[in-house]
Ligand binder design. Structure first.
Ligand SMILES: *Cc1c(COP(=O)(O)O)cnc(C)c1O
Length: 340
């Protein structure tokens, strides 16, 4: 097997195997490494009819010492339990989640990219309601899958800013809906505005709160963060925003660097023109600086002072955060777990 690590993108590719566990009669089995990337489902499986499906996304990094470490997997395990609870699914015990991730990595060690390529191993846990269910009720059987794949460095050179559009025509998540959990259905609902945005030339789409269209919520698949002119890190406080682990970690790194952090409502029209730096954040890319935000409904536009590049504060946060992930900086919060 020859992989050109420098040419990898963020896309699916088959590997040695995935790990698969089944829940039946009230308990989980021991799980199995499976080489076939296909599963057999009842045509009446709950996930197919009523969307009972949740997922996670996390990464493993090969350090300079050759060791492979996974980043904050306990956080993903907890969030997975919250998502399962919201969708009435059999929760995956924290230890089982971590065991599954380790098994999937260990069985695919030759697909963990070497240090220095910027490429990582992306880990995608999925929980499906697989029991046959035609009357609306939670499934009685579940399948838990952990699949892994090597993904390329997103930035080949330095951080590149992108244009974002503000979408008013569609909402991402309702105030008491499922915005705070990683449910597959949220993504099904987001595809149309996301494709619309892409066609209009905007790689990322921003959403305001669904009730008033006044406060910033988040981007389609990443959180909103900004640096104020007086050097504070601000991010929306909203119960319908997905609690991003990247955002949480960047806040911690900011505090460590003496940067004040404010989690509070952000009034879009009042504040957007005043920020020194704006970005999206999430596991896949860590930080995506935003160069401009265009409100599609009105045609209004706000250009960020940082232009096409990344602002100095976000760059510092990015360098520190990714330095910890690669094992190049001290892991003072115990975020990394060595796999082998
Ligand atoms: C997964 C996700 C994020 C990013 O979360 P991370 O834990 O940082 O990867 C942000 N917003 C939404 C809607 C998501 O689904």
């Amino acid at each position: 097997m020859e992989i050109d690590w420098s040419k990898l993108t963020f896309s699916y590719r088959p590997v040695n195997c995935h790990v698969e566990y089944h829940y039946k009669d009230g308990q989980w089995d021991k799980g199995e490494e499976k080489t076939s990337p296909f599963i057999t489902l009842s045509i009446a499986a709950e996930c197919l009819h009523y969307g009972q499906e949740i997922f996670e996304g996390l990464k493993a990094y090969r350090g300079k010492d050759g060791k492979v470490r996974v980043f904050r997997m306990d956080m993903n395990a907890k969030r997975f339990q919250n998502s399962a609870h919201r969708c009435c699914m059999a929760p995956v015990p924290i230890e089982m989640f971590e065991e599954a991730v380790e098994r999937a990595i260990k069985a695919n060690m030759d697909f963990v990219p070497p240090y220095g390529t910027g490429a990582t191993m992306y880990i995608r846990p999925v929980l499906l309601g697989t029991g046959p269910q035609i009357g609306v009720a939670p499934a009685s059987e579940y399948t838990f899958i952990v699949m892994v794949m090597p993904v390329g460095a997103y930035y080949k050179g330095g951080l590149q800013a992108v244009r974002a559009c503000l979408v008013d025509e569609y909402d991402r998540a309702a105030p008491h809906g499922t915005g705070m959990v990683k449910v597959a259905g949220n993504y099904a609902a987001s595809l149309l505005p996301h494709e619309m945005a892409k066609k209009a030339g905007f790689p990322i789409d921003l959403y305001l709160d669904a009730a008033q269209h006044k406060y910033v919520e988040e981007f389609g698949s990443s959180n909103f963060i900004a640096i104020t002119r007086d050097g504070k890190y601000v991010t929306p406080d909203s119960p319908s925003v997905l609690p991003s682990i990247t955002n949480d970690g960047l806040q911690q790194v900011a505090r460590d660097l003496g940067i004040p952090v404010e989690k509070r409502p952000i009034d879009f029209m009042k504040e957007i023109g005043d920020f020194a730096e704006v970005a999206a954040c999430g596991t896949a890319v860590v930080i995506t600086p935003v160069s401009e935000i265009v409100r599609l409904k009105t045609g209004e536009s706000w250009k960020m002072p940082t232009g096409d590049s990344c602002g100095p504060v976000l760059q510092k946060l990015y360098d520190t955060y990714t330095g910890i992930q690669w094992g190049a900086l001290p892991d003072s919060h115990g975020w990394l777990k060595e796999i082998c």
